[in-house]
Ligand binder design. Structure first.
Ligand SMILES: *[C@@H]1O[C@H](CO)[C@@H](O)[C@H](O)[C@H]1NC(C)=O
Ligand SMILES: *[C@@H]1O[C@H](CO)[C@@H](O)[C@H](O)[C@H]1NC(C)=O
Ligand SMILES: *[C@@H]1O[C@H](CO)[C@@H](O)[C@H](O)[C@H]1NC(C)=O
Ligand SMILES: *[C@@H]1O[C@H](CO)[C@@H](O)[C@H](O)[C@H]1NC(C)=O
Ligand SMILES: *[C@@H]1O[C@H](CO)[C@@H](O)[C@H](O)[C@H]1NC(C)=O
Length: 254
C-alpha cells in the first residue's frame, strides 16, 4: 500500500514538473515545422514557404522567411476548444530578431445544415525587435486564413497573401504563402481538405484532360472506321482487290 502511494506521489510530481514543457519542437525535411507531445506523438505540423513584403515606399521586393531556420516555439491545444500556436524566431547578425507567429483556434460552424467543429488559422503576427524597440504587425481579428474540419489537414497548391497592419505604422506588410501548403494544427490526421482554389483548378484541369482523352478516343474510333472501310472496299470491289494483289505480287524492281 505504502509503495502504491509512493508511486502515486512520484507520478504526480513527475507529471506536474514535466507537463508544461512536455511539448518539443521539430523540423522535418528543412521545410516542415511542428510540435511533438511528451509521448512522441505529433500534435502540430505546418508546411509552407513564406515571404514577407514590407510595402513601405512601394517596395516590391519580398524577403524570404525560412521558418525551419528559426527557433521554433509553440503550444498544442490541450483540448478541441483551445488555441494552438507556433512561431519561428530568426536572429540576424546585427542583433535584429524577426518572429512570425501563427495562432489557430476552433469554431463551431454550420456547414450544409450540420454544426461542424472546424479549426482556423485566425491570426498571423509579425514582430521585429531591434535595439530595445519593437514593431508588431497583425492580421485583422476577423480574418480566417486557412480553415478545415477539425479532423482534417489543410492542403493547398496555390499562393495566398495575407495583409498585416500595425497600430504604429501607416504601411502594411504582406505575408505571402506559397506551396506546398500543408497545415495540421490539431493532431495527426489522415484525411485532408483541399483548399477551394486548388480544388477548382484541378477540377477544371481534369475536365480539360478528359476532353483531350475524349478527342483521342474519337480520333482512334475514326481511324478504326477508316481501316475497316478500307478493308470492306477491298473486299467488295474485286477488281481493285485484284489490282492490289497484283501490286503485292509485282517483282521488286531493283
Ligand atoms: C534549408 O533551406 C534553406 C532555404 O531554402 C537553405 O538556405 C538552407 O541551407 C537549407 N538547410 C539545409 C540544412 O539544407
Ligand atoms: C507609391 O505609389 C503611389 C501610387 O502609385 C504614389 O501615389 C505614391 O507617391 C508612391 N509612394 C512612394 C513613397 O513612392
Ligand atoms: C483584436 O483583438 C484583440 C484581442 O482580442 C483586441 O485587443 C484588439 O483591439 C482587436 N483589434 C481590432 C482591430 O478589433
Ligand atoms: C500577392 O502579392 C504579390 C505582391 O503584391 C502579387 O504579385 C501576387 O500576385 C499576389 N498573389 C495573390 C495570390 O494574390
Ligand atoms: C492534366 O494534364 C496536364 C498536362 O497535360 C497535367 O500537368 C495535369 O497534371 C493533368 N491534370 C490532371 C488532373 O490529370
Amino acid at each position: 500500500m505504502f509503495l502504491f502511494y509512493l508511486f502515486l506521489i512520484i507520478k504526480t510530481v513527475y507529471s506536474t514538473t514535466t507537463s508544461p514543457s512536455s511539448e518539443s519542437s521539430f523540423v522535418y525535411d528543412n521545410q516542415t515545422i511542428g510540435l511533438k507531445k511528451g509521448d512522441g506523438e505529433t500534435c502540430m505540423s505546418v508546411t509552407f514557404q513564406v515571404k514577407i513584403l514590407n510595402e513601405q515606399n512601394n517596395n516590391s521586393v519580398p524577403i524570404d522567411f525560412h521558418l525551419p531556420s528559426g527557433l521554433i516555439k509553440g503550444k498544442c491545444a490541450p483540448d478541441r476548444k483551445s488555441e494552438a500556436k507556433i512561431s519561428s524566431t530568426i536572429e540576424e547578425s546585427d542583433g535584429r530578431t524577426k518572429t512570425l507567429k501563427f495562432v489557430f483556434r476552433t469554431e463551431e460552424m454550420r456547414v450544409k445544415r450540420v454544426d461542424e467543429l472546424r479549426w482556423q488559422l485566425n491570426k498571423v503576427i509579425y514582430v521585429e525587435k531591434f535595439a530595445g524597440s519593437s514593431a508588431v504587425f497583425e492580421s485583422d481579428n476577423s480574418s480566417v486564413i486557412f480553415s478545415a474540419p477539425l479532423t482534417q489537414k489543410y492542403v493547398c497548391e496555390d499562393r495566398i497573401n495575407v495583409t498585416l497592419h500595425s497600430e504604429n505604422f501607416d504601411f502594411p506588410i504582406l505575408v505571402m504563402f506559397s506551396p506546398e501548403i500543408d497545415v495540421q494544427p490539431y493532431g495527426p490526421k489522415s484525411n485532408f481538405y483541399l483548399c477551394e482554389r486548388t480544388r477548382k483548378r484541378t477540377l477544371s484541369e481534369s475536365l480539360q484532360n478528359r476532353s483531350t482523352v475524349f478527342c483521342g478516343v474519337v480520333l482512334a474510333l475514326s481511324s478504326i472506321a477508316h481501316i475497316v472501310g478500307h478493308m470492306l472496299r477491298r473486299h467488295f470491289m474485286p477488281h481493285r482487290k485484284e489490282l492490289y494483289e497484283n501490286l503485292d505480287r509485282l517483282p521488286a524492281i531493283n
